[in-house]
Design a protein around this ligand. Structure first.
Ligand SMILES: [Zn+2]
Ligand SMILES: [Zn+2]
Length: 350
């Protein structure tokens, strides 16, 4: 199979021809059709996350069809479309796993970090951590739901029932969450880099009541905020824009240092928090919500070989919406027809 591989951090990915992976016990082999590109991938490539498996195929927003099931894997039929998220495996035994917090598992393995991901024509995944994809979404539109949507959704839940919610950094995740929050009847205030008028117009189009620069004060204080941009100073900016009782949640895996600030800005039961990873329950809830709303994902497509360009589009902040690798699997020679079993399970046609 072909894959875009990270050999060493702080170096561009290179196209490689690798042996086809084989599904182990409990795993499925997927023919990858789309893989979302996440800011986390940028943190891995750029060395801010320090312990990836190397060489590595990144990518943790995988949409593919099941080509083969490993020993004992029975959850999905051959030909069924599934999604693979960041959480790739947990121990099931630690104090986090046994208390409904598998997102914090001490021994968790993550897709496209500890495990090879979807910047490739084929991928293997533990079937227990895969999700069926809502039928109404084409592959490319579904890919950003798997992290930008899903982990964003966990952050939104952590903010509580805030009515006036601020989004700092309006990229892949915020553009999905804006639609979810508007659907829930919340009032969204979107903050972008100063001068990014296109981004502000985009936010208003997706349901934000107000959009402005991150150093501007919103027209009303916020009841909660999510900071999507990896900029620690935005945590205190959001705190200053917040009403009493507000919670400010960082949704990213990496952030620059948070500057010190006077206690009175935290006083009044305001809080700062972070969101880490996802649980399978988050995924199931979010996918159900995504088929209800429905969410319109704005994607910019790149062929597999242009994964470096896709990463650059996020690095530069140029992209509004999500970057997705579209993987041409026509040459894989795998049967694509839906067998009787899939038909029975109602697998979406492609
Ligand atoms: Zn665990
Ligand atoms: Zn991600």
């Amino acid at each position: 199979m072909r894959a875009m591989v990270l050999e060493r951090q702080r170096q561009p990915l290179g196209l490689a021809e690798l042996p086809d992976p084989r599904p182990g016990a409990g795993q499925v082999l997927l023919v990858v059709s789309a893989c979302g590109v996440c800011r986390t991938d940028l943190h891995i490539a750029d060395g801010e996350l320090t312990e990836p498996r190397l060489p590595l195929a990144m990518g943790h927003q995988i949409v593919g069809t099941v080509a083969e099931a490993g020993e004992g894997a029975e959850r999905f039929a051959e030909g069924q479309r599934v999604g693979v998220p960041w959480l790739g495996w947990t121990c099931g035994e630690c104090r986090y796993c046994t208390s409904g917090r598998e997102n914090l598992c001490d021994r968790a393995r993550f897709t496209g970090y500890d495990l090879d991901g979807g910047y490739a024509e084929l991928a293997v995944a533990d079937e227990r951590y895969c999700f069926p994809i809502p039928e109404s979404y084409p592959d490319e539109q579904a890919a950003p739901l798997l992290c930008a949507g899903l982990i964003g959704y966990r952050a939104l839940r952590l903010v509580g029932d805030a009515e006036r919610i601020g989004f700092y950094g309006f990229g892949a995740s915020a553009h999905i969450l804006c639609q979810v929050a508007a659907h829930q009847g919340r009032r969204v205030f979107a903050f972008t880099r100063a001068g990014d008028e296109e981004g502000q117009a985009f936010a208003r189009e997706l349901g934000a009541e107000w959009a402005g620069a991150s150093d501007e004060a919103p027209p009303e204080p916020l009841d909660g905020a999510i900071v999507f941009a990896p900029v620690g100073a935005l945590m205190t900016t959001a705190l200053q824009a917040s009403a009493k009782g507000a919670r400010v949640v960082s949704a990213g895996i990496h952030m620059s240092d948070i500057p010190s600030f006077p206690y009175e800005q935290l006083w009044g039961e305001r809080s700062l928090a972070s969101v880490a990873n996802l649980t399978r329950r988050d995924g199931e809830e979010f996918m159900a919500l995504a088929s209800q709303i429905p969410i319109r994902t704005e994607v910019e497509l790149y062929p597999l070989e242009e994964a470096n360009e896709a990463l650059d589009s996020i690095r530069s902040g140029r992209l509004h919406g999500a970057a997705v690798l579209q993987i041409d699997v026509s040459g894989r020679g795998r049967p694509r027809e839906v067998d009787a079993e899939c038909e029975r399970r109602g697998r979406p046609r492609r």
